[in-house]
Design a protein around this ligand. Sequence first.
Ligand SMILES: *Cc1c(COP(=O)(O)O)cnc(C)c1O
Length: 389
Amino acid sequence: MIRKTRLFTPGPTPLLPAAQFAMAAADMHHRTPEFRALFQKVLAQLKVFVDTQNDVLLLASSGTGAMEASVSNLTSPGDKVLVLTAGKFGERWVDLVKAYGCVPDVLEAPYGKTFKLEDIKAALKPEHRAVYMQASETSTTVSHDVEGVAKLVKGTDTLLIVDGITGLGTQTFDVDGWGIDVLIGGSQKAVMMPPGLAYLSVSEKAWKAMDSSKNPRYYFDLRKERKNAVKGESAYTPAVSLVAGLGAALDYIAGQAGGDLEKGRIALINNAQVNAKATREGLKALGFTLFAPDSPSAAATAVAVPEGMDSGAVVKALKEKFKLVTANGQGTMQGKIFRVAHLGFFDYLDTVAFLGAAEHIAKDTLGLPVEYGQAVAAAQRVYAEAVKQ
Ligand SMILES: *Cc1c(COP(=O)(O)O)cnc(C)c1O
């Protein structure tokens, strides 16, 4: 039988065909009026997608490049910072701030959990230069309360830096109202693109802080990028084809709401949230346990396999039987959980296809006491309820 490859990983995510065509056609030089017009158009679209009046910059790097930039540009060696970590990406913040000589106070939540706001309130000190956190911790599929943290930070001298790499396009952020100083996204997540671009919004408070930050920076010098962006350029050779693809992807997202990108972004977020809920209900119906039941992210869903089973066997069986690619747990979660994505170019019928495959694996491979149709029916009930409103 024919089996299509289906990517269900939380980055890279499935590619949008219109973006692939735009990339293939983008054979322009970057110091031309043609590229400047494209770059300016995409930066303007990104402001709508991120939902901010702040500057939005585009970097030729994976998401971690923008994470690094938000450390190197905003801190000095010896600065005290607060890092909120509850997974592999939170741990990346800890490594990054240490690499730049910062002294982190680390507030940890166990894998699969989020933080208590009162603990953050108690940990936050006036001497903290910045708070670093994730919106959606992709390794555990937990969503953190960015708004709650922002309320604690607002009005202080501390900066709030949010890795929204799988938060953008799966949840709403009032960047300017809440006071998020840096919000970071990546191309291989909700915007349906290959890896290679990072984007970030930067507040006035953060621009001011950059003037007194002494850590070294060169390629990721945000002030240099800002200056060039005004002219429709980037400081160094931009990833021209990826920029063209991103423009096409944002056009597509706008096209989902009659050309209105603001509404298209909301539709994309709603899409991820409905698919996430349908997946949670479907997998629960098969006897899997949600790894993050209390504060689930809409970007991806992690479930634990029954005691004594190996989640790697599920990932492997989905791949071998259906060419369906999911993600195993990372680090100590490997073998215990598997993760399936909802962010970007997934629709409801993709979710149904995944759950149909998961039924086969649960019943035929793992021998769990389930019936065909159980997970799909649970998802269908979620969908029917969601479209009724
Ligand atoms: C994917 C991801 C990143 C970025 O990883 P890169 O490999 O550098 O693109 C960072 N944070 C989160 C939460 C992610 O999901």
